[in-house]
Design a protein around this ligand. Structure first.
Ligand code: MD0
Ligand code: SF4
Length: 429
């Protein structure tokens, strides 16, 4: 059956089954999913549901929590979507001192975050000379003394700085491409080099970093652009991938009137989960605060990012102060929300073990379903998921039926849990 003669449900089923069979989704089907609107909520829920099952198959009900330290809001760049662009003279900027940074990082790790994300604008002070050495010391203290993995998000770094940061103890490098359409990229990140930015992530992986890439939605990308960006990003060997809705900034890029960016963000999250089930995918508190967390988790995210302690004068990125000083961005409030969705934070050891999912990815991608090289559990799990979906979808008469299937799938999930995790070394108790 070609895509044209399919019903919308059939099309989505095909995309989901393809994601199991081939680890990818046809561009046309992806375009169909990414252009669903809030009016198509029931169709979208099929995608979100499949994304949750995929998340569960690799991560169970465990979610990672990342602390966020925006240590300097000085920046020489002029990104049109960003409050901290150099041309925004209306903004009061700050540059925190090493002791302020360490104080907030230690508070975050004590509160239970799994990782500390050190983010800064492209600030000459911290990226050169003495400032960079201070930054290296900070990385070293957090990773060795506070024993927390460190992510750095300092913009494009050259190879020697990447090596130094890695040697100091950083393990993650985040650098968002925002779009893979180069024309749009020039509008978003004027005077920056698309290829150099992409290459920096490759260099980072070469020196041993895990990398994160990201797409910004609601900035005027066509559906085709968005499809291209999702497919490009998921081919890029990133262990973490995100979508973030554009929060309009005063005097900056005008928001795209044709899309609801927070909604489209959910669709991208779910599609990335289907294509790259092993990925860490953030639900950021930075866009819609705590209130937006549930729907992002429902779409298949498995990391809560942008946990920021209150009353310390540290900002977010997309939203500068949303939910910070009311303490809504804390491990405690986030954990309460997780519970409402039958989810809970990883314990710290199982968080580190969860990386192994990534290292099996190559085997998974190369061998797909039926290879004998896959661990027996993996083969079993994949066969079983596929059957569940086939059965659920072949009997699909109406959405009511679909919702019934969802309930019985809960049952099946708990069965998976024992099967997949029993002898698979990934248990975390
Ligand atoms: C977030 N505000 O996670 C942060 C930021 C940078 N690595 C991350 C965009 O929402
Ligand atoms: Fe600077 Fe980053 Fe903002 Fe661009 S997005 S202006 S690099 S802080």
């Amino acid at each position: 059956m070609d895509q044209v003669s399919m019903t919308p449900q059939e099309r989505i089923e095909k995309a989901i089954i393809d994601s199991y069979d081939y680890g990818s989704i046809d561009p046309e089907d992806l375009a169909f999913i990414l252009s669903l609107t809030p009016k198509d909520a029931k169709l979208a829920e099929m995608v979100f549901y499949a994304a949750r099952i995929k998340r569960h198959s690799l991560f169970k009900n465990k979610i990672a929590l990342y602390g966020f330290v925006y240590l300097s809001t000085h920046c020489h760049n002029n990104c049109s979507f960003c409050n901290y662009r150099a041309s925004n003279h209306a903004l009061k900027r700050y540059r925190k001192s090493p002791s302020e940074i360490l104080e907030v990082a230690s508070e975050l790790t004590e509160s239970g975050v799994h990782l500390v994300d050190l983010t800064l604008g492209e600030d000459e002070h911290y990226l050169n000379g003495k400032g960079f050495e201070q930054l290296l010391k900070i990385i070293d203290t957090i990773s060795s003394r506070y024993r927390a993995p460190v992510m750095i998000s300092p913009g494009v770094l050259d190879l020697s700085r990447l090596k130094e940061a890695k040697a100091a103890g950083a393990s993650w490098y985040a650098l968002y491409q925002e779009t893979f359409n180069r024309t749009l990229f020039r509008e978003l990140r004027p005077d920056q080099n698309f290829s150099k930015r992409l290459h920096a992530k490759r260099l980072a992986r070469d020196v041993g970093f895990h990398t994160e890439d990201g797409i910004l939605v609601g900035v005027g990308a066509s559906t085709a652009d968005l499809v291209y960006s999702v497919l490009s990003m998921t081919q890029g060997d990133n262990l973490q991938m995100r979508a973030m809705a554009y929060v309009p900034v005063p005097g900056g890029l005008a928001p795209d009137p044709n899309v609801d960016p927070s909604w489209q963000e959910l669709l991208v999250i779910a599609c990335v989960r289907l294509i790259s089930p092993h990925a860490f995918i953030p639900a950021s508190l930075d866009v819609d605060g705590l209130a937006g967390l549930g729907r992002r988790l429902n779409a298949g995210a498995n990391v809560v990012t942008s946990i920021v302690p209150p009353s310390k004068g540290f900002c977010g990125v997309a939203s500068m102060d949303l939910d910070i000083d009311n303490s809504n961005r804390s491990v405690k409030t986030v954990t309460e929300t997780l519970r409402e969705f039958d989810l809970e934070p990883f314990n710290h050891e199982s968080y580190s073990n969860s990386y192994h999912v990534y290292y099996r990815r190559e085997a998974i991608e190369a061998n797909k379903f039926f290879s004998r090289d896959l661990p027996p559990n993996e083969v079993k799990m994949r066969r079983k998921f596929r059957t569940v979906f086939k059965n659920a979808f072949s009997g699909l008469k109406s959405f009511d039926f679909y919702y019934e299937t969802m309930i019985s799938a809960k049952q099946i999930l708990s069965e998976f849990e024992s099967e997949i995790y029993d002898d698979d070394n990934q248990d975390d108790n």
